[in-house]
Design a protein around this ligand. Structure first.
Ligand code: GTP
Ligand code: SPV
Ligand code: MN
Length: 597
């Protein structure tokens, strides 16, 4: 075993202990250099772990297939391991830390035999920023190394900033045998540690992402007085050059990446509007000196959904993934380029699907259902800096000021296109009770409604009742707190078609949201909150008559009264721990609907 010289004593002894357990043949420190990256790519190409794509058409790009049963986060195998069950709360899977370590050790034991263990020192957030946190991931997967090199700030600079005694999150990962029965994603917030074994899928193994930046970070954020959220961040620049920022939480595969990369419709572009992409998945937010809320994106890359991504729906994403991208679980074409459903261009006459089988358009499975070329949760990994709408120059070391927070979900009926909450406290209620239809990013029945508070249900590292309390407390510390809105781009008509065009046209709604925060427009008060007057929405270049608009805002009281009961049932899961403020909001909402005395 190669001796690695590291100044940090605790880091050194932890690596030694983990190596003793996993028994790799070799240990390699990842330094972040291009030379090392290229060497690792070559190794992975010759081992067949990844495939080099057409250098002419997709320079620097590679292709990877996961195991068939390893295509999305496995929430059922994801645990929060705290000494007391109570601290994980009623919505998390919980395991006692000693038992969790014991169970996982049995799988990790010898799992890296005849493999190399890579040491990845990474920073979430710009190296040295007051927002940033450092982690070190040990992994036996080159795919993980190559993804981490894009998604986080990896290497010598990070290690230097950690110094000889700095704090870091201990992240251990092994593919082991990729057996779903021997797969565990374990979080030890009290030890600042993550153990992931038996998977090779993004959210389970790129430990800087959901595991550190949300589950561990949310725990730290509560302790240290900041917020770690499943949110996109975008900036809207107006014709005077002023930029205002919005952050937004939508559940997985509900449009964060798309909204963060929004391209203004032609008519609004002409009026001087520009959109800046700051983050597409995670926001770390602190209260600034002036009492404002400031946010950074701790990641340095995108890990985005491919199906549905095309030059019309998301040209910025398409431009971002033209080079130096990793494509996972899409269709491989004979010319070593890639294709996915609802991407650009017609399907190729033939190809190899995400499972590695020959594919052609119109192929049916045994049940007569069309076989997809790409998995619905197939994804790209690409550097943030390649996004045309990414702000250049400024690295946002001290965060951007947030003017408004939006929550959103996928609701075919019920929820209106947009509404503004009545207060921070009411906004927290709206976030805490939000629900969405299940998508391919999670295992489980697609389309089923599930409550997903602040889009954090699978990502909160502690009791969500305390998380709601933390939100309420943070609001009181801001002067004033950003206003909270709710959006639903996904309402459908009777024929099952989306009523609102969405995508670029969502800017019309974001502009109304900003106008509201500046007190520029009045609104209509409804039992849900404030909704826009049709005349206050800039419809330039869009034929969207008021009659259709009104369909997006129709509030069915009977349906809402059912929704209210479902919300209460969900909140009841938290028992006595639930902040009284939320019960107050529940009662007030019932009164406004007229269904509650
Ligand atoms: P994660 O990466 O899983 O967290 O997902 P995400 O929230 O970033 O979702 P993403 O932007 O990748 O969008 C997921 C799906 O929603 C894609 O199929 C999009 O085409 C679709 N979508 C995004 N925005 C809109 C919209 O405004 N209207 C409609 N109808 N669909 C949208
Ligand atoms: C999500 O599921 O919310 C994602 C993809 O962003 S993953 O990184 O796999 O969690
Ligand atoms: Mn996400």
């Amino acid at each position: 075993m190669q001796e690695i010289s590291l100044q940090h004593k605790k880091l050194r002894s932890w690596i030694k202990r983990m190596a003793c357990m996993c028994r790799p043949d070799n240990i390699v420190l990842i330094d972040g250099s291009d030379r090392q990256k290229r060497k690792l790519e070559e190794e992975a190409f010759s081992a067949g772990e990844i495939i080099k794509l057409n250098e002419k058409k997709l320079p620097g790009c590679s292709y990877h297939r996961t195991a068939l049963n390893d295509v999305a986060r496995t929430e059922g195998l994801t645990y929060i391991c705290t000494e007391r069950k109570k601290d994980a709360g009623p919505t998390n899977n919980w395991m006692r830390p000693d038992l969790a370590y014991r169970k996982a050790s049995a799988i990790f034991k010898g799992s890296m035999e005849s493999r190399t263990m890579y040491i990845i020192p990474f920073s979430m957030g710009p190296v040295g920023s007051p927002f940033s946190k450092i982690g070190v991931e040990l992994t036996d997967s080159i795919y993980v190394v190559l993804n981490m090199l894009i998604m986080t700030r990896v290497g010598t600079k990070t290690l230097k900033s950690l110094g000889p005694g700095g704090t870091f999150t201990k992240c251990l990962h092994s593919k082991a045998d990729l057996d779903i029965k021997r797969r565990l994603i374990l979080h030890f917030p009290e030890d600042n540690a993550i153990w992931s074994v038996g998977s090779g899928y993004g959210g389970n193994v790129l430990l800087g992402k959901k595991c550190l930046s949300l589950r561990i970070a949310s725990f730290l954020a509560k302790k240290e007085g900041w917020m770690a959220e499943h949110m996109l961040i975008l900036g809207i620049e107006n014709s005077r050059g002023a930029i205002r920022y919005i952050s937004g939480a939508f559940p997985s595969a509900c449009g964060k990446t798309n909204l963060s990369m929004l391209v203004p419709p032609e008519a609004l572009k002409k009026k001087g509007y520009k959109v800046w992409t700051v983050g597409d998945d995670i926001a770390w937010m602190q209260i600034g000196k002036n009492g404002d809320l400031r946010a950074i994106n701790p990641e340095s890359g995108f890990f985005g959904v491919l199906p549905g991504t095309n030059s019309k729906s998301n040209p910025n994403a398409m431009a971002t993934i033209r080079k130096n991208a990793i494509y996972t679980n899409v269709l491989l074409k004979p010319d070593r380029t890639v294709w996915w459903e609802d991407g650009d261009g017609p399907p190729p006459a033939s190809g190899t699907d995400w499972t590695g089988k020959p594919w052609r358009p119109g192929l049916m499975d045994a049940d007569g259902k069309p076989v997809k070329g790409a998995h619905p949760n197939s994804r790209f990994t690409a550097p943030f800096s390649q996004c045309p709408s990414a702000p250049s120059g400024s690295k946002h070391h001290s965060g951007v000021p947030i003017s408004a927070i939006i929550f959103g979900g996928r609701r075919t009926s019920l929820a209106p296109l947009v509404y503004e909450s009545l207060s921070w406290q009411h906004g927290v209620y709206v976030g805490a009770t939000m629900a969405s239809e299940r998508t391919a990013a999670q295992y489980g029945k697609q389309g089923e409604i599930r409550r997903d508070p602040m889009a954090m249900l699978p990502f909160c590292g502690y009791d969500m009742a305390d998380y709601f309390r933390h939100w309420l407390k943070m609001g009181k510390k801001m002067s004033p707190p950003p206003r909270i809105f709710f959006v639903n781009w996904f309402r459908k008509d009777k024929a099952g078609k989306f009523i609102w065009p969405g995508f670029g046209d969502n800017l019309r709604i974001l502009n109304w949201i900003l106008d509201r925060t500046e007190g520029k427009v009045d609104a209509i008060k409804t039992p849900l909150g404030y909704v826009p007057r049709y005349r206050d929405i800039d419809m330039a270049g869009l034929d969207f008559p008021e009659r259709k608009w009104n369909k997006l805002f129709f509030v069915n009281k009977a349906e809402w009264s059912e929704e209210l009961q479902a919300q209460k049932k969900f909140l009841d899961r938290f028992g006595k721990g639930l902040p009284g403020e939320l019960l107050k909001e529940y009662r007030a909402f019932g009164k406004r609907l007229g269904t509650h005395k």
